[in-house]
Design a protein around this ligand. Structure first.
Ligand code: HSE
Length: 434
């Protein structure tokens, strides 16, 4: 009892100090629970200023050289919190090659280099755990790899980016423009000031979806496989129109298997206001999973922040520590991508669309637009006409039935080219979730 497990943390920023603080405050509680002591014995960080709070603390040494942890035989678990791919990939692969278990929150690393890292881990009979890489404090990777492992996962639908959810919530509740809501998110530290594109263009969500889909569908999905649209073109008008039609606009990450093909996409979508995902507001995240035995389940909580993310990281550390045997290491989950599947081309996928178009209000215009849609096999489900303040302009809102995307794209280009069409203002997908 009370075996010591030594932990080295590489990268000591906001999240890492949350991990250190959790392990410090909960040390006795965890030791009683698992019968082992989790000790952070080394912390490495390039920016020496960030290490100041640790200086003079008993039992922990600090440095600016990752090799001090990676090459240290006394370290059992390496926690990588550097972020990005370079140099994190190098640190993690070397740590695994040296027979250390790795825990990381690095979604870019797992979404882009997961396959190679799993190979190194397997070769060295250790593992890399990454619960915190998707939706901070929400347990989803562990459940998909263990409790839900017997299910064929049919579909995952998530609100996996807190920043965009916050922006869309403020746009709806406070009637703000996208730019105003983005500024609020930046002032609160949710979105990066210099370059918020990772969140607002959907890259962050796409990385998380690639990771989740790889596990759910037993097939390696990488970032480039994910179709991606951000939320920058959403306007208060779209949000208001969606409301009138009984929908809310959310940035969704959708992974599904259909006829042996995998569909992975991140895009804003109109979802029914009555669906539980429509109630996920502000910076909260939620992931809805459809399994063939479990049915529908949803995980909900905080997708970012130091304390929730530390909770997931330490959960992974505990998973490793519980069965840790220094002389006889072993793989916990390992890579679960054992199938070969195909990613469906976005053009061939099927969607429903909300379309907003300004047109000249004169006889025959609607018939012309309807003909273009009809000629391209785009079937209209409903249409509303609103009068513009300028008398001779009408605003048309269409909702389509399911259409093949390439037919839709062709039709909307043709519609935009009609003389009577002033502007196609927006096209947003509609997801009538079950
Ligand atoms: N920027 C992310 C979000 C958190 O807004 O959800 C880290 O992945």
């Amino acid at each position: 009892m009370n075996e010591n497990i030594n932990i080295g943390i590489i990268g000591y920023g906001y999240i890492a100090s949350g991990v250190y603080s959790l392990l410090d405050k909960q040390k006795d509680y965890i030791a009683k629970k698992i019968g082992k002591k989790l000790n952070v014995t080394k912390v490495v960080e390039k920016d020496s200023g960030k290490l100041e709070p640790l200086k003079g603390r008993a039992g922990v040494s600090v440095s600016n050289n990752a090799s001090d942890i990676i090459e240290d035989e006394s370290i059992d678990i390496v926690v990588e919190l550097v972020g990005g791919i370079v140099p994190a990939y190098d640190f993690v692969s070397k740590a695994l090659a040296n027979g250390k278990y790795v825990v990381t929150a690095n979604k870019d690393l797992i979404a882009n280099k997961g396959k190679k890292l799993f190979e190194v881990a397997e070769k060295n009979n250790v593992d890399i755990l990454f619960e915190a890489s998707v939706c901070g404090g929400i347990p989803i990777i562990g459940p998909l790899k263990s409790s839900l492992a017997s299910n064929n996962i049919e579909k995952i639908v998530g609100i996996v980016n807190g920043t965009t959810n916050y922006i869309l919530t403020r746009m709806e509740k406070d009637k703000l423009s996208f730019d105003e809501a983005l500024k609020m998110a930046q002032d609160l530290g949710y979105a990066e000031k210099a370059n918020p594109s990772s969140d607002i263009e959907g890259y962050d969500a796409a990385c998380k979806l690639a990771i989740l889909s790889s596990i759910a569908f037993n097939f390696r999905v990488v970032l480039e496989d994910v179709y991606r649209e951000g939320i920058t073109k959403i306007t208060p008008d779209d949000i208001e129109n969606a409301k009138e039609l009984g929908y809310k606009i959310k940035l969704l990450a959708i992974g599904m298997e259909k006829d042996g093909e995998i569909i992975v996409k991140v895009h804003p979508a109109l979802i029914p206001r009555g669906h539980i995902l429509a109630s996920i507001e502000d910076t909260y995240n939620a992931i809805y999973v459809y399994g063939n035995y479990v049915g529908q389940i949803m995980s909900y909580g905080r997708g970012a922040g130091d304390a929730p993310t530390a909770s997931s990281i330490v959960g992974d550390i505990i998973k490793i520590a519980r069965n840790y045997d220094r002389d006889k290491k072993g793989i916990i989950y390992g890579c679960t991508c054992f199938e070969n599947k195909k990613i469906k081309a976005q053009d061939e996928d099927i969607s429903k669309f909300y379309i907003l178009i300004d047109v000249l209000d004169k006889p025959g215009v609607l018939a012309k637009i309807a003909k273009v849609f009809g000629d391209n096999s785009v079937s209209i489900k409903s249409m509303i006409q609103k009068q513009s303040a300028e008398g001779n302009i009408a605003r048309l809102i269409f909702i389509t039935h399911e259409v093949v995307n390439k037919n839709y794209y062709k039709s909307i280009n043709e519609v935009a080219g009609l003389d009577e069409v002033i502007k196609v203002l927006n096209s947003i997908r509609v997801e009538d979730l079950e």
